[in-house]
Design a protein around this ligand. Structure first.
Ligand code: TMP
Length: 205
């Protein structure tokens, strides 16, 4: 099973994943966590370039393509082989981030962005995608406090509001794949919600 976690800035995905992995491993599942952009040596190098605060001149199309390059690598080098071995792969972001940020956020042509994403992933779709939904202002405040500020976080609040609205639109378009978990709540409640959603889906499969 391929599970992806998505969300606007400061939704807490990254802090939840290690605890989800531990919980599922205790239940006997083979679980492999990964993240985007990154998760491979090439991907981590690309991540540095995209997120570097000094790369202010980066065009939205350049940004879009760099994410796809990192993605193509992780799909081939990591995700596909682990899935073929029977592991549950949990990814901190996947192609829906490109639709949300580069598509809705930068207001680029959604059909063109979708075509690029399909090329990068070779068509590999997640079985389950969880949206950790958080108010934009709450999320950005959290990120600033945690000292994890990257170049994209500096985009306008309106950009981040378009990203969040984009995610909610995607949930509406594909309700069978998406589950929304309210990430405005206390960390423990969010973690419990995530565990419930994933376990339920695993037990159905
Ligand atoms: P994160 O590690 O805080 O989730 O940072 C990843 C950043 O990259 C976040 O600002 C969202 C952004 N991003 C995109 O804009 N498009 C993408 O396709 C991916 C994977 C991430």
């Amino acid at each position: 099973m391929f599970i992806t976690l998505e969300g606007p800035e400061g939704s807490g995905k990254t802090s939840h994943i290690p605890y989800l992995v531990e919980y599922l491993r205790e239940k006997g599942y083979i679980v492999f966590p990964t993240r985007e952009p990154g998760g491979t040596s090439i991907g981590e190098q690309i991540r540095e370039v995209i997120h570097d605060l000094k790369n202010v001149e980066m065009h939205a199309r350049t940004e879009t393509l760099l994410y796809q390059a990192a993605r193509a690598q992780i799909v081939e080098q990591v995700i596909q082989p682990r899935l073929a071995d029977g592991a549950i792969v949990i990814s901190d972001r996947y192609f829906d981030s490109t639709i949300a940020y580069q598509g809705y956020g930068h207001q680029q042509d959604l059909e063109q962005v979708r075509a690029l994403v399909k090329y990068a992933t070779g068509g590999l779709m997640p079985d389950l995608t969880i949206l950790l939904d958080v108010d934009v202002e709450v999320g950005l405040k959290r990120k600033k406090k945690d000292n994890e500020w990257n170049r994209l976080d500096g985009y306008t609040v309106e950009f981040h509001q378009r990203v969040r609205a984009g995610y909610l639109e995607m949930v509406k378009q594909e309700p069978a794949r998406w589950v929304v978990v309210d990430a405005n709540r206390e960390w423990n409640e969010v973690q419990a919600g995530l565990r419930r959603v994933i376990l339920e889906r695993l037990q159905q499969s």
